[in-house]
Design a protein around this ligand. Structure first.
Ligand code: ZN
Ligand code: ZN
Length: 651
C-alpha cells in the first residue's frame, strides 16, 4: 500500500495539464483510495500550487465530493483561491468549511493557517466588514494574537485604511517579529502616517533590508526626497535590487528625472541589472509625467542591454511614447515588437491613437487586432469608444457598443456607458445622450451625469445641465467643478443672476477647487508651473518671455484674450490671478520657447482641461514661432502646428 501511495505521488508530479490529472484521479477512485486523506490532500495541493488552467476549480470539486475532508485540504484550497485572481472564492470555501462541520457532524477546526489565508483574501478585497467578522472569529478560536494571524490582520486593516485597528492589533502581539514590524510600518505609510511610521521604525530593535526599503519608498511617496536620499546613501551600507529601483522610481515620481537617470546609470555600474519590474515601473512614471526625453534614454538602454525582447518592457515603452504624445515613436515600437503582440500591446496602441485624435487609424488597428485572432476585452472597447467620440464618429461608436455585447459577450461597465454619453454629447446629440442614460439597465452614477454636464457646457444647454447637476446633488457627488460648469453655462446664456447664486452656494458649501499646474521637460529636466507660484528664477524667466510672446501674438497674430470663452470650460484658482493671461500652461509654453532651440517640439502636460484662450494662444504660437506644441490635458492630447490643432477645436 505504501508503494502504491508513493507511485501515485510520483505520477502526480508529472501532471502538467488537467487531462493527465483527471486520469490519475480516475485511477485513484478505481483503486478505492478516493477517501484517503493523504492522497486527496496532495492532489489538491498539486492543483493549487501548479499553474494548470482551471485546476483550482477542479480542486474545489475534489474537496466537495470528499466524504471526510480535513483542515489541510481546506487550508490548501483557501490559500490557492486567496492567491488567485478571484480571492472571493477563498471566503466561500471558508464558509463551506464551517458548514461542513454542522452538516456532517464532524469537527474541522480552522487553525492559524486558515485564518491567515482567509484574512489575506479579505485584505485583497479591501473588505473591512468581512475583515472584522474574521477577526472576531479568530478571537473566539483564541488565535487573534498568533503571529501569522495578527500580522495578516495588520495588513488587512492597512488595506482598508483603518490605521487605528492595525496599530491596536500590533500592540496586542506578545512578541512581534521583524515581519510584523514591517507590516505595521507599511500600514502607517499606506494610511499616509509618515510620522507614525518613523517613530515605529526608530523603536524597532532589529531592522532588515525590507524595513529600510519600506521607509525609502514611504519618504519618496510622501515627496520627501531629502529624507529618502539620506536613508539610501547614508544609512544603507548594503542595498539590494529593490532599494535601487525604489530610489530610481521615487526620483522619477517626484519629477527629479536627472537624478533618476544618474542613479540608474550608477545602479548598472555597481553590477546590478535592473529587474524587468523596476524598468516597467520607471517607464510608467515617465508616461504619467510626460517625460519624453527620459523615456527615450531608457529606450536606448533597453535596446542595448537586451531587454528589447521582453514583451512587458515593449508594452511599457509603447505606453510611454503614447502618453508622451509621440505617436511616431509609439508606432515604431509597435511595429517592431518581437513575437506575438499581446492584448495589452494592441489596446495600448488603440488608446494612444485615440488620445491623439487619430480615430480612424485607431479603429483600423482594432480591426487588425481582430484579424490576428486576439479577442478584445472591456478595456479595449473603452479605447475604441473613446476613439469614436473624440473623432466625432457617432455611428461607428454605436456599432462598436452593440458589437461588444453581441460578438464578444462583454457586459458594458460604467466606463462604457460614460463613453457612449460622451459620444452623443460631443456630437451635439444631447437629447439622445439623455435618452441613453434613462434607458441604461443600471442606475447612472456621478461620472455619467458629469459627462452629460460637460457636454451641456460645450453646447450651452441650460435645461439639461440643471437636470444633471440635480442628479449629482442627489447622489451627493456634486463638486466645485460641476458648480463652476453650471455657472459658466449660465454666464454664456447671459443669465447672470443664476451665476451669482451658484457662486454663492459654492462659497457656502466651501467646495474646494484643485489648483492648475503644468509640467514641461527641457533638457531632460522637468519644470512645473502653478499660477501665482512663488517667484524664483525659472518663474521669472517664464514671465519675462511670456510678455514678449504675448506682444508678438497681438502684433503678428491679431490676438485678443477670450475671457468669456475661457471661463466656459473650467475656472480654477489660477483664474483668480489676473485672469487667463497667466494660466500655468502659458507660463510653461513661454518657458519652453525661451529655452528650446529651433526645430524642437514643446511638450506640456496639464492636470486640468485646457481653456479656450490657452488653446488659441497655442495655435497662434505654433504658427508665428514655427514650433510644434504637444499638450496633454486632463482628457486628451492637442498637437498644434501651423496654426491649427489636432483636436479640430473639439474637446
Ligand atoms: Zn488657460
Ligand atoms: Zn486642441
Amino acid at each position: 500500500m505504501a508503494d502504491h501511495h508513493h507511485l501515485i505521488l510520483s505520477l502526480l508530479q508529472l501532471c502538467k495539464t488537467l487531462k493527465p490529472l483527471k486520469q490519475l484521479h480516475t485511477h485513484i477512485i478505481k483503486s478505492g483510495l478516493q477517501s484517503d486523506q493523504f492522497i486527496t490532500g496532495n492532489l489538491i495541493l498539486h492543483c493549487t500550487t501548479t499553474l494548470i488552467t482551471n485546476a483550482l476549480h477542479y480542486a474545489h470539486s475534489i474537496l466537495h465530493y470528499h466524504p471526510n475532508p480535513d483542515a489541510f485540504m481546506y487550508n490548501t484550497l483557501i490559500r490557492g483561491f486567496t492567491d488567485s485572481n478571484n480571492p472571493h472564492n477563498s471566503l466561500t470555501t471558508f464558509i463551506n468549511m464551517q458548514r461542513n462541520n454542522i452538516n456532517n457532524n464532524i469537527i474541522i477546526r480552522p487553525d492559524s493557517f486558515t485564518f491567515a489565508f482567509v484574512i489575506k483574501a479579505a485584505a485583497s478585497l479591501q473588505c473591512f466588514n468581512t475583515g472584522i467578522q474574521l477577526h472576531s472569529l479568530a478571537i473566539t478560536h483564541g488565535l487573534n494574537t498568533h503571529l501569522f494571524v495578527s500580522t495578516t490582520l495588520v495588513s488587512l486593516y492597512a488595506e482598508c485604511e483603518e490605521i487605528g485597528c492595525a496599530r491596536k492589533v500590533f500592540d496586542e502581539m506578545p512578541q512581534p517579529n521583524v515581519v510584523a514590524w514591517n507590516a505595521v510600518i507599511t500600514a502607517c505609510l499606506r494610511c499616509f502616517d509618515l510620522k507614525g511610521a518613523e517613530i515605529l521604525y526608530n523603536r524597532m530593535p532589529v531592522r532588515d533590508m525590507v524595513s529600510k526599503n519600506i521607509m525609502v519608498s514611504g519618504y519618496m511617496k510622501a515627496g520627501d526626497v531629502f529624507r529618502a536620499k539620506k536613508m539610501f546613501f547614508d544609512e544603507m551600507a548594503v542595498k539590494d535590487e529593490v532599494s535601487w529601483s525604489t530610489m530610481v522610481v521615487g526620483f522619477a515620481h517626484n519629477g527629479c528625472f536627472n537624478e533618476a537617470f544618474d542613479l540608474f546609470v550608477k545602479y548598472r555600474e555597481v553590477g546590478l541589472r535592473p529587474h524587468e519590474v523596476s524598468l516597467t515601473g520607471i517607464l510608467s512614471v515617465c508616461a504619467q509625467a510626460g517625460a519624453f526625453e527620459f523615456g527615450k534614454m531608457l529606450h536606448g538602454y533597453i535596446e542595448k542591454s537586451g531587454f528589447g525582447s521582453i514583451m512587458t518592457i515593449n508594452n511599457a515603452l509603447l505606453d510611454t511614447y503614447a502618453k508622451c504624445g509621440h505617436v511616431e515613436m509609439a508606432r515604431l515600437v509597435f511595429n517592431r515588437m518581437p513575437g506575438r503582440k499581446t492584448i495589452v500591446s494592441w489596446t495600448t496602441m488603440v488608446a494612444g491613437l485615440a488620445m491623439q485624435g487619430y480615430g480612424e487609424e485607431a479603429l483600423e488597428i482594432f480591426n487588425q487586432m481582430e484579424g490576428s485572432g486576439i479577442e478584445p476585452d472591456g478595456v479595449t472597447f473603452i479605447s475604441v469608444l473613446y476613439a469614436c467620440s473624440h473623432a466625432g464618429l457617432v455611428e461607428h461608436g454605436c456599432n462598436y457598443f452593440s458589437m461588444m455585447k453581441t460578438r464578444y459577450n462583454i457586459e458594458p461597465t460604467f466606463e462604457h456607458y460614460g463613453c457612449m454619453v460622451d459620444l452623443y454629447g460631443r456630437g451635439g446629440e444631447l437629447e439622445k445622450a439623455r435618452d441613453f442614460i434613462t434607458q441604461m439597465p443600471v442606475k447612472p452614477n456621478a461620472i455619467i451625469w458629469r459627462t452629460l454636464l460637460g457636454a451641456c457646457s460645450i453646447h450651452g444647454n441650460v435645461n439639461l445641465a440643471e437636470l444633471a447637476l440635480k442628479k449629482l446633488a442627489e447622489l451627493d457627488q456634486d463638486d466645485s467643478g460641476d458648480h463652476v460648469l453650471l455657472s459658466n453655462i449660465y454666464a454664456v446664456a447671459g443669465n447672470w443672476k443664476n451665476v451669482a447664486s451658484v457662486r454663492k452656494s459654492m462659497n457656502s458649501q466651501r467646495l474646494a477647487k484643485s489648483p492648475g499646474w503644468s509640467m514641461i521637460e527641457v533638457d531632460k529636466v522637468m519644470y512645473s508651473f502653478v499660477a501665482g507660484d512663488e517667484r524664483n528664477e525659472v518663474v521669472n524667466e517664464a514671465y519675462t518671455y511670456l510678455k514678449t510672446m504675448m506682444s508678438r501674438l497681438r502684433v503678428e497674430g491679431g490676438y485678443a484674450p477670450e475671457v468669456v470663452g475661457s471661463v466656459l470650460h473650467d475656472i480654477e484658482d489660477e483664474e483668480k490671478e489676473n485672469a487667463v493671461v497667466t494660466h500655468s500652461e502659458k507660463l510653461a509654453l513661454a518657458f519652453g520657447l525661451s529655452r528650446l532651440c529651433g526645430g524642437k517640439v514643446v511638450r506640456i502636460v496639464k492636470n486640468l482641461r485646457v481653456c479656450k484662450d490657452c488653446h488659441t494662444v497655442m495655435k497662434l504660437v505654433s504658427k508665428i514661432f514655427r514650433v510644434e506644441i504637444v499638450l496633454r490635458d486632463r482628457s486628451r492630447f492637442h498637437s498644434f502646428s501651423d496654426g491649427s490643432c489636432s483636436c479640430r477645436d473639439y474637446w
